[in-house]
Design a protein around this ligand. Sequence first.
Ligand code: ADP
Ligand code: MG
Ligand code: MG
Length: 250
Amino acid sequence: HALLEIKDLTVSVEDKIILNGINLTIGSGELHVLMGPNGTGKSTLVSAIMGDPRYQIESGQILLDGKDITEMKADERARAGVFLSFQAPEEIPGVTLEDFLRTAKGSLEKRPPKILQFKKELKEQMKALDMDPSYAERYLNVGFSGGEKKKTEILQLLMLQPKLALLDETDSGLDVDAVRTVTKGIRAFKNRKNGLFIITHNASILEGLDVDVVHVLEGGKIAYTGGRELISKITQQGFGVLGKEAGFYE
Ligand code: ADP
Ligand code: MG
Ligand code: MG
């Protein structure tokens, strides 16, 4: 069975149907990209997969590794291996980055991580991301630059090792170094058993990655799906032209 299987999923937000009959499958070891105009429901889709209670699943199913997670709460889904990074990471004064990661790992694994091993791993992963070790002692995201927040997010991926990583990317504010970090981190994370589902408008993030499938969301549905060639087409021509070509607009 696939890593993620979405079957005929309909999702509403505040009683308004946003997604209407989504079908999508991500295999183990695959990286899928989700594109689409602003406000079409990309964030809604990944939030619904994560189990954010603001997004009501009206019908359909979400399977992770063959297991039905549709009725699970967000924390259960996290323990089952789903991870969602947010467009705007929260600043948490009073909680250091290290505390945060240790608590998150402990709650996922239902027992606190062994401290020395945890510290060693944290140090190694931070080094791999060119993060100054002093960041471990700083309050989470407080006063972090956009690039540093980005690194923190990728660090979470590497430390928590979810099965399915949902990355909801901001379309701006990433400098060349941050883009390189994201690419490097994602490559370090990716293996044959896990999967990635990335929302991004930033084609440069995708340049250094092996993209398996691109989905375009329009009108509450997956309007079309293709290979990585869709990325440059969309970047150059926009969604409208491509939609016409695909016969999506009459
Ligand atoms: P995208 O990520 O593709 O830009 P969103 O999923 O954020 O789109 O939004 C899709 C639609 O759902 C929009 O009309 C948006 O206003 C609405 N929406 C999304 N999240 C919420 C929310 N938490 N509360 C109210 N409306 C929302
Ligand atoms: Mg948006
Ligand atoms: Mg969004």
